[in-house]
Design a protein around this ligand. Structure first.
Ligand code: HAM
Length: 423
């Protein structure tokens, strides 16, 4: 019997796994340059944190959580997102009593029991950034700009930004009532009717054509914003325009989590089939209070690393080097013939590594042909070939694997020579 990774999950293997590391790094580089500090929270939390934070009526909480009792009978849940955990950590450690906003970024696995398909996984990776404790349109704009810069850093050109405002506790109730009244007049199934009472905004997000057709005349939240929310939203929009970040107003943008207030946004890419969102976020001014904390107006986003990778693939940004080889893990690959040469090579690759040159060598007693094949497959730029005769002459053959050009270099100088060549 052999095992398979669970449905909706997959493995990242070399050389693609190197590329996914680079994608994660590039997506968070802009927030790291903007004073966001790294936070790591547990992969599982008290189930109630997500039930209260993300919202009981969301698909995430009602259908998609990996929830289990631990051996002491506590109900724990594998995190489906990072925001609730970050707010929990800030409150638990009193970070909000210091300098505000508290700016944090994270990177990690998330778990949602969704219908698995391309771009929609049960185990996926997000990088995220949250700024807690300030109500300032410049902070919303900063995060949007930094998110857009992350995608730009990777060379992506097909990412579009959708922007909306969901109002606040002043104007949302009146909008909600207007929306409920409109929805109650439609021809909908019982499940959807039930949703009108619990979370009418979610009905706006229904993807079924027969429902969509009826939603054409639905009241829009932008038409119901109070003066303060309207002014706030205008300021966010004008800062984005001033920063040269293109956005599209999307009055129908509804996010899948309940904690949002005011600014909401999504980064979408059209090369991913039905899953177009490569990232999303917004302001969540009430979340801290929902979790038992003080008022802590905050804003943040999470970017989907797996979907960003798919978007890069769709834009042809992930091909190998000019020869079509996948990027190698090492710069240098050692091929030694004979026991003495092998012993010397063992020391030489270690010396190279300590000098900052990445190096590997042929293991398993292969002959010259097999070892040279290993050198080619490794993706290394240079092969070091050491035979008994070379060893006697205290020299090594350095072969440039891209040009097949070979030169003899004294063993005593080879580390310096290679250092010069690979930098
Ligand atoms: P979200 O929109 O649920 O927001 O997820 C953010 C991103 O994670 C999505 O745009 C998508 O790229 C990726 N993602 C979500 N579900 C999946 C999946 N099943 N498979 C692959 N990728 C997926 C949040 O999680 C919020 N915590 C964002 C936020 C932070 N809001 C404020 N601060």
């Amino acid at each position: 019997m052999s095992f398979q990774a669970p449905k909706g999950t997959f493995d990242w293997l070399p050389p693609r796994s190197e590329q996914i590391l680079a994608v994660r790094e590039a997506l968070v580089a802009p927030v790291r340059r903007a004073g966001y500090g790294y936070v790591e929270t547990p992969v599982f939390e008290d189930t109630q944190l997500f039930a209260r934070g993300v919202g009981e009526s969301t698909d995430i909480v009602s259908k998609e959580m990996y929830t289990f009792p631990d051996k002491a009978g506590r109900s724990l849940t594998l995190r489906p997102e990072g925001t609730a955990s970050v707010v929990r950590a800030v409150l638990q450690h009193g970070l909000h009593n210091g300098q505000l906003p508290v700016k944090l970024w994270y990177s990690g696995s998330q778990f949602r029991y969704e219908r698995a398909q391309k771009g929609r996984y049960r185990h996926f990776w997000q990088v995220g950034a949250e700024a807690l404790g300030a109500e300032d349109p410049a902070l919303d704009a900063e995060l949007v700009v930094l998110g857009a810069e992350g995608f730009a850093e990777l060379g992506l050109t097909g990412v579009r930004l959708l922007l909306n405002s969901l109002g606040d506790k002043v104007c949302r109730p009146a909008y909600r009532a207007a929306l409920q009244e409109f929805l109650r007049g439609l021809d909908l199934d019982d499940d959807t009717r039930a949703r009108i009472d619990i979370n009418p905004l979610r009905v706006l997000d229904d993807k079924r054509p027969e429902v969509r057709a009826q939603l054409a005349g639905a009241p829009l939240v932008v038409d119901h914003l109070c003066a303060a929310c309207k002014a706030y939203h205008e300021e966010v929009r004008s800062l984005l325009t001033a920063a040269g970040v293109a956005y599209e107003d999307d009055p129908r943008l509804v996010r899948g989590l309940d904690y949002y207030t005011r600014t909401t946004f999504e980064f979408v890419h059209d090369g991913l089939g039905s899953q177009s969102a490569v990232g999303g976020g917004g302001r969540y001014d009430g979340l801290s209070e929902m979790l038992g904390g003080p008022p802590l107006p905050s804003v943040g986003w999470a970017l989907g690393v797996d979907r960003t990778f798919l978007a890069m693939e769709a834009e042809g940004l992930l091909s190998g080097d000019e020869q079509g080889r996948a990027p190698g893990l090492v710069q240098v690959y050692g091929v030694a013939l004979g026991d003495d040469a092998r012993r010397r090579m063992f020391l030489l690759v270690d010396e190279l590594r300590r000098a900052g040159v990445s190096a590997d060598m042929a293991f398993g007693g292969k002959g010259l042909k097999g070892a040279m094949k290993g050198a080619d497959r490794s993706g290394a730029r240079f092969a070091l070939i050491l035979g008994e005769r070379d060893l006697a002459a205290q020299a090594v053959q350095v072969k440039d694997l891209t040009t097949a050009e070979q030169t003899e270099v004294p063993l005593a100088q080879v580390v310096d020579v290679l250092k010069g060549k690979v930098q």
